[in-house]
Design a protein around this ligand. Structure first.
Ligand SMILES: [Zn+2]
Ligand SMILES: [Zn+2]
Length: 455
């Protein structure tokens, strides 16, 4: 590198030190010190302060919370999963006080650095989801202010810690069935003690994060979401919530845990009120008025919400953050086949091939681009002039548009794949014969508007 070559003036150690503290990740720091001897020797003279500065760049001001989460002595050998049943007997106060949040001149080891970096990726993803659903629906990356982001992350790391100390996988189904009332009480005392360590305002921020996580899980499947299953899923913590959001499915979270929710025939008392019971205990003990159900908890974290009073671009229905637009289209909770027009959605032959073409759309990052393609496929000028992809829609209006236009997209898609459509059926997508006759589906094209009234 130039700075080591004899022609270049030697770089001042203080400047190098300063440059190293600006590394955005541990990997960049590593490459910098491997590439240049000068950098390496400066690093060797202040490894602690430089590593701490980089850790701060990676994690931000929630570093003490992130570090406690990374270092906490969880109760099993490999660090995270399946602590022994004896954990029931641990003293609540000891659990709450273990490995406290450190401030000031923290020393960061290589093992810490690894964990901090991995966990910060989960945290970035979680904050993006929080921002999109609670702050500004038009941006898929977080637009939280530094102050809001700090409150959010500090609270979310503490929630991560809580979920890791009391993981959903702590007991097997059999152990859960054997768990006695007294043991459940003991665990609830431990949970309360762990939360009781935090000041009330910061606890309310944690409460806000817990409400948000519950909201994300419930929205994945509004019809089947079951209170008890959601409680168990909450115990997978922010990481499970991020996975569930990305795949728009409960099955993406820990297998073991998913089945725990689905298969348990007895009520899992241990997970009822996973957050609510200890929170309530703390509010009561502190004589604090508990936050009201149904009141938006975001006020504990956010100073402002963008577009809270926005209305649908087509029907003026109020919607605010719930309105759908390009950044959050994947929040539309529906099976694409339902969008097929007329008789198309009733024809098993049509829906089978359509489903095969759209099966990837259950993932968050696939559905949005697909809806963009449907907008791109619409005819202009035409009936849908003034309906553009960058506008905001209520669920009803976006559904109306998709129900009318998805077949147009499907026709384009098939032609691009090399399909040569046969002659148009005169009944087009309203043809009733396609519901019962497979051969008629192949004989004529039905991805077209009817030219006669269907009989
Ligand atoms: Zn509307
Ligand atoms: Zn036909």
């Amino acid at each position: 590198m130039a700075m080591d070559s004899p022609s270049a003036p030697p770089l001042d150690g203080d400047i190098v030190d300063r440059i190293l503290t600006f590394c955005p990740t541990f990997a960049t720091l590593q490459s910098a010190i491997l590439v240049s001897k000068a950098f390496h020797s400066v690093f060797q003279s202040h490894p602690k302060s430089i590593t701490r500065a980089v850790a701060y760049n990676v994690v931000g001001p929630a570093l003490p919370q992130a570090l406690r989460f990374a270092r906490y002595p969880y109760y099993d050998e490999d660090g995270y999963r399946r602590p022994s049943v004896e954990a029931v007997d641990l003293d609540p106060a000891t659990m709450a006080a273990a490995c406290p949040e450190e401030h000031g001149a923290i020393v960061i080891t290589a093992k810490d650095a690894d964990k901090l970096e991995g966990n910060s990726k989960v945290m970035d993803a979680l904050e993006n989801i929080y921002s999109l659903t609670q702050k500004d629906r038009t941006s898929s990356t977080s637009v939280l202010t530094p102050e809001e982001s700090w409150r959010f992350r500090r609270a979310a790391y503490r929630i991560m810690l809580y979920c890791n100390i009391f993981p959903g996988t702590r007991y097997s189904l059999d152990e859960l069935a054997d768990l006695r009332k007294a043991e459940v009480k003991k665990i609830q005392r431990q949970r309360t003690a762990v939360l009781n360590k935090y000041p009330t305002d910061e606890l309310l921020q944690m409460y806000a994060v817990a409400c948000f996580m519950r909201g994300v899980l419930e929205a994945i499947d509004k019809k089947t979401a079951d209170e008890e299953e959601i409680n168990i899923l909450l115990a997978t913590g922010p990481e499970g919530v991020v996975h569930a959001w990305e795949s728009r499915s409960y099955e993406a979270v820990d297998d073991e845990l998913y089945w725990l929710g689905v298969e348990s025939d007895t009520r899992n008392v241990l997970y009822i009120g996973y957050f609510d019971v200890p929170f309530t205990n703390v509010w009561t003990a502190r004589k604090v008025k508990p936050p009201k159900d149904g009141e938006p908890a975001t006020k504990y974290i956010l100073d402002t919400i963008v577009g809270a009073d926005d209305t649908c671009s087509q029907c003026d229905a109020p919607g605010g953050l719930e309105l759908l637009t390009e950044a959050n289209w994947h929040r539309l909770n529906v099976e694409p086949t339902k969008f097929l027009k007329g008789q198309l959605k009733k024809s098993p032959t049509v829906t089978a091939s359509f489903s095969a073409a759209t099966k990837h759309l259950h993932k968050s990052d696939e559905l949005g681009p697909w809806i963009a393609e449907v907008f791109d496929a619409k005819q202009t000028p035409g009936a849908w002039d003034g309906w553009e992809r960058d506008m905001s829609y209520c669920e009803r209006c976006l559904t109306k548009f998709l129900e009318d236009q998805v077949w147009v997209w499907y026709l384009d898609y098939r032609v691009q794949k090399g399909w040569v459509p046969p002659e148009n059926c005169r009944s087009g997508y309203n043809c009733k014969t396609i519901v019962r006759s497979r051969s008629h589906v192949f004989e004529k094209n039905h991805l077209c508007a009817p030219t006669t009234k269907a009989k």
